[in-house]
Design a binder for this molecule. Structure first.
Ligand code: ADP
Length: 547
């Protein structure tokens, strides 16, 4: 027997309608490429989204067709999020930091009809345009006064386009499983793969993300997504923050600029900010250099790669800011786990508390997790055994967009292999020990590169550290540590090895440490192990003697 409840479709349009009714005066504050500080309300933004939907209609873009964005975080990008998805089209957010050939590949693979772009990406698109035959036009996200001179074919101005349109638009009643957005994973090997989100998955993810032990969002919050809106839906912030009626603050192109982030946080009263560890390094560096502090910020939410404890400590001890580790991936919309303390944990001693905080957190309702060994046997949740992490749930990809192999993303039981290696403890806290492809296999035993990196960055003389496995005649592979020294720069190998020895098992200690000026990063701001392997792949470890 079916229940007798309404079957209201879970659509992004329903989030928009709710916000327009219940929080119309909620604010969006943005730094943009053409304005130092811009403010508008949700009511105004959604009125502009209706104009935009009329414009998309006039451009002749039909149901389910893809419209791309190449843009930073600001109100125009927010408007595109709603106008495109709620008009029944697919919002394709492109990461501008990808290699030009990757952008060319994904635009053609997605068959984008129009590209909405920030002014600064026009030169990039001019170079690419001859290779993008399916793109009919380019819309620059600015006003007439700031339109660049360009050779791009069919070049349009965002504000001019909107001015010509009416604020009346009848949003279509969409099936909740309609595709809403498309985001390609960086694809460290092979071509990038498209993850196609649906309205239903997005709404469920939005509900779950706002929960108290997750992002704990409420109407009084002021949220600064430093994570780019092209990176896995900006971790859902464009939906979650308006849904609860909170204020959004967008840093525009100034994501990595500590001074701008600090200024926005203080002037707008930001209470929660989200981003990858690298941006927090930049902010903390700025705070240290300028001697200022954070007076309103309560919490940072950090994901994308493991957050060094040193970042969490500095936020808490110097600025009274709690840092929450979160883990997820593009294929998971992106949220999988979130680290909040369980009742009673506040009284743990410092060391025990640090051990909990370093973990990526407990599964958010909606996400099922398991860890398995190489034969696919499920491993116990004892915090010790580590294995491949698999997940399933309603906001996790069941397939990639147009790969030609249906169901290729899942195993026979419907689980998605995250490519991460993890432990899960008895309380459900998951900890990533490595990516499957980065784990170091020394004499049949596994060494976690992430644990070694975390231990190294806790040393005040280390700015950044990465560990890769290097071929070794006796052990097959042994760890090589690559370090960017911090201030002072007079750290030596022996001192660092001694420091590490107090934190990790002796047989995990790197066989060598190399000091460099810079470590390469991927398009999403993570340490590029591929880049490091290319550079140090043939490195001969001093311990690798012929005998
Ligand atoms: P991309 O691979 O395109 O950079 P994703 O966001 O999809 O972007 O990357 C997901 C991967 O990032 C995860 O599978 C995991 O390896 C890593 N990751 C995400 N969050 C964390 C975290 N808190 N700690 C450690 N690794 C993380």
């Amino acid at each position: 027997m079916h229940g007798l409840m309404m079957n209201t479709p879970l659509t992004i349009t329903s989030i928009m309608r709710h916000v327009e009714r219940n929080s119309p005066e909620g604010e969006i504050v943005s730094v943009t490429a053409d304005q130092p500080l811009h403010r508008l309300t949700y009511r105004q933004a959604f009125a502009r989204a209706r104009k935009l939907a009329n414009a998309l209609n006039r451009l002749g873009i039909a149901s389910s067709e893809r419209v791309a964005t190449l843009a930073w975080n600001d109100y125009r990008h927010f408007e595109l999020y709603y106008a495109i998805s709620c008009a029944g089209l697919v919002l394709h957010t492109i990461n501008p930091r990808l290699f030009a050939e990757q952008i060319e590949y994904i635009v053609n693979h997605a068959e984008d009809r129009y590209i909405f772009t920030d002014v600064m990406f026009v030169p990039l698109l001019e170079k690419l345009a001859p290779q993008l035959p399916g793109v009919e036009g380019y819309v620059v996200m600015t006003d007439a006064a700031h339109m660049p001179q360009s050779t791009l074919p069919n070049l349009l101005c965002y504000e001019t386009l909107l001015e010509a349109e009416s604020e009346d638009f009848e949003w279509p009643e969409l099936d909740e499983n309609t595709a809403s957005a498309l985001c390609y994973t960086s694809g460290t090997t092979g071509n990038p793969k498209g993850v196609l989100y649906s309205h239903r998955a997005t709404v469920l993810h939005t509900y779950a993300s706002a929960l108290p032990d997750v992002m704990n969002l409420r109407a009084g919050d002021v949220v600064l997504p430093v994570v780019p809106l092209f990176h896995a839906n900006g971790w859902g912030t464009t939906y979650t923050v308006p849904m609860v009626g909170a204020k959004l603050v967008f840093p525009g192109p100034k994501l990595g600029d500590g001074e701008t982030l600090h200024r926005l946080m203080e002037s707008e009263g930001v209470t929660a900010a989200l981003g990858v560890p690298t941006v927090w390094l930049a902010l903390l560096q700025y705070l240290r250099d300028s001697g200022v502090t954070l007076t309103t910020l309560q919490r940072t939410i950090v994901g994308g790669s493991a957050c060094p404890l040193a970042i969490m400590d500095e936020f808490r001890e110097k600025h009274g800011v709690e840092t929450h580790h979160a883990w997820g991936m593009t294929e998971m919309s992106p949220l999988g786990t979130f680290n909040s303390l369980l009742p009673g944990m506040e009284t743990l001693d410092h060391q025990a508390l640090q051990a909990v905080r370093a973990k990526q957190g407990r599964a958010v309702y909606g996400v099922e997790m398991k860890i398995v060994d190489d034969e696919g046997n499920e491993l116990p949740w004892d915090g010790e055994r580590f294995g491949t992490l698999k997940v399933r749930g309603p906001w996790i990809a069941s397939d990639y967009y147009r790969t030609g192999e249906k169901g290729s993303a899942l195993d026979s039981k419907g689980w998605f292999n995250t490519g991460d290696v993890a432990t899960i403890d008895a309380s459900g806290y998951m900890q990533i020990t490595d990516r499957t492809k980065d784990v170091i296999k020394s004499g049949g035993e596994w060494i976690s590169s992430i644990d070694l990196e975390n231990a190294a960055v806790a040393h005040p003389g280390v700015l950044e550290a990465a560990v890769i496995g290097v071929a070794h005649a006796k052990w097959a592979e042994r760890p090589l540590m690559i370090v960017v020294p911090g201030e002072g720069g007079n750290l030596d190998k022996e001192t660092l090895l001694e420091f590490l020895a107090a934190h990790v098992a002796k047989w995990w200690l790197p066989d060598d440490i190399v000091f460099v000026d810079e470590i390469p990063h991927t398009a999403t701001g993570k340490i590029s192990k591929v880049g490091l392997r290319e550079r140090f792949g043939d490195y001969r470890l001093p311990t690798d003697t012929e005998d």
